[in-house]
Ligand binder design. Structure first.
Ligand code: DLL
Length: 435
């Protein structure tokens, strides 16, 4: 069976890829300039026309697009075609206010399916796989995006959607899925519930898991692999760009960007200047082939770094580091910048801790402070309150040692942190309420 889904693009030498990207970029800039007043105005105000893009680095002269621009043009003000010419519209709920829409033409749907199939193929999914698709099915791009890719490959798919965990377990056992697709935190919820039902999920037929849509530490990945007895793979994407399908992990564990579809830059979030390959900053993405709603220099807020590596998997596409957090999830605690994923990594060092936690963010005087709440394994609770307190103190000490923050840690009774069925909510912001 073939090694690559689309060998030509997956293994294209960077010089050929850059030529293709330049052509796509020129066409995309011309398209949005002609069809969307928002972009026309933004380019005009800088004295730019699409013809000013003669080489890839020229893109840095073009303006950014941010989430508020999408909200301000809700529902379809940034769409290049009338609604009747669309074949699908997804939306992301967002935390406040109006959703962000993700419209697709039939051609966009085709491209999306190819990006997904390419990623899944790289992760070992084959036509004879049975797949349980437990991402949220509906407006969220996760469920139906994965569905598209699995169907393109020709798998047997069970669109179980998120939630109803006991039914998920029943289906996993009875239909014998070999592939599970869901958020990493939902995978843990499924594993935990199975154990509570006296079932051993490592004995299910599962072989591989396709996880994404939220940050997860490398430690969390290992734990999921152990608890489900699978190889865990990663997907990265966002509604604004197409949903999942932007980047995916290969057999060597590197996240390759589908760079014939998405052009990636990393910028300094303060100065907004592009950073060289290898430096950490905010990921900015531009659509290369999308028809309905191409994004120009979209500021994702996700923190990562890019690299060109000689990957043993044979793919030449640029790689991005696992996203460790979003700039809007960064907390400043006692003057130290902290991301939830750093706290997660420390918690996961402790065998006695369950992979469940929330971070309460509150005001202490004028400063922000946090309290970490987590749960312990049954054996710790069996040791009484002394054992629980000793563990909490040890975790707090380690947080101070590793991240340099002083934060109280509470070990709550087993099961008290709400279990995730989709994207876990890690930060509970109590700052407003206190004022
Ligand atoms: O979460 C699309 C998706 C679905 C990706 C399923 C992968 C699997 P949104 O709901 O618009 O779209 O959320 C996008 O989620 O900007 C990141 O902050 C975060 N995110 C997505 N994938 C990852 C990942 C989908 N692998 C936002 N690691 C993005 C870390 C991720 N964060």
């Amino acid at each position: 069976m073939k090694k690559f889904w689309d060998e030509k693009f997956e293994t294209m030498p960077p010089s050929g890829m850059e030529r293709a990207q330049l052509q796509h970029l020129q066409a995309t800039l011309a398209r949005v300039h002609e069809k969307i007043p928002f972009y026309r105005k933004a380019f005009d105000s800088r004295g730019l026309t699409p013809g000013d893009l003669r080489a890839l680095p020229d893109l840095a002269r073009f303006p950014f697009t941010i989430k508020t621009d999408l909200r301000d043009h809700y529902p379809l003000g940034l769409c290049t075609v009338p609604v009747r010419e669309l074949s699908r519209i997804h939306a992301s709920s967002g935390t406040t206010g109006k959703p962000i829409t993700g419209p697709y033409t039939a051609d966009d749907m085709h491209q999306w399916g190819e990006c997904m199939a390419r990623a899944m193929w790289a992760q070992g999914v084959r036509p004879d796989d049975v797949v349980q698709n437990a991402y949220g099915l509906g407006l969220f791009t996760g469920g139906l995006g994965f569905q598209l890719g699995f169907e393109r490959i020709g798998c047997a798919v069970i669109p179980s959607g998120s939630g109803q965990t006991e039914r998920q377990i029943l289906l996993l056992e009875d239909l014998g899925a070999t592939v599970l697709a869901c958020t990493p935190t939902y995978a843990l919820t499924i594993a935990e519930r199975a154990r509570q039902l006296d079932k051993d999920p490592t004995r299910f037929s599962l072989r591989v898991g396709l996880f994404g849509a939220e940050p997860w530490s490398t430690e969390m990945k290992k734990l999921i692999e152990e608890r489900l007895g699978i190889v865990a793979h990663e997907h990265y994407g966002l509604t604004e760009l197409m949903g999942p399908g932007v980047a995916y992990s290969c057999e060597a564990g590197r996240l390759h960007i589908n760079e014939d579809h998405v052009y990636a830059e990393v910028i300094d979030a303060e100065t907004l200047q592009p950073k060289p390959l290898g430096e950490k900053g905010e990921l900015v993405l531009t659509s290369l082939q999308r028809q309905a709603m191409p994004m120009i220099r979209y500021r994702t807020r996700d923190i990562t770094r890019l690299a060109r590596v000689d990957c043993p998997c044979g793919r030449t596409a640029i790689t991005m580091e696992k996203v460790t957090g979003r700039s809007d999830d960064m907390m400043i605690v006692g003057g130290v910048n902290v991301f939830p994923s750093q706290i997660e990594s420390v918690l996961m060092e402790f065998e006695e801790i369950e992979p469940q936690y929330v971070i309460r963010l509150f005001k202490k005087g004028f400063l922000d402070a946090i309290r970490v709440e987590t749960e312990a394994k049954a054996a710790v609770y069996a040791g009484g309150s002394g054992a629980v307190e000793r563990l909490a103190a040890a975790v707090a000490g380690r947080l101070q040692q590793v991240i340099g923050i002083r934060a109280p840690v509470s070990i709550l009774p087993a099961g008290s942190i709400p279990r995730s069925v989709g994207k876990a909510k890690r930060i509970i912001d109590e700052r407003e309420a206190a004022q």
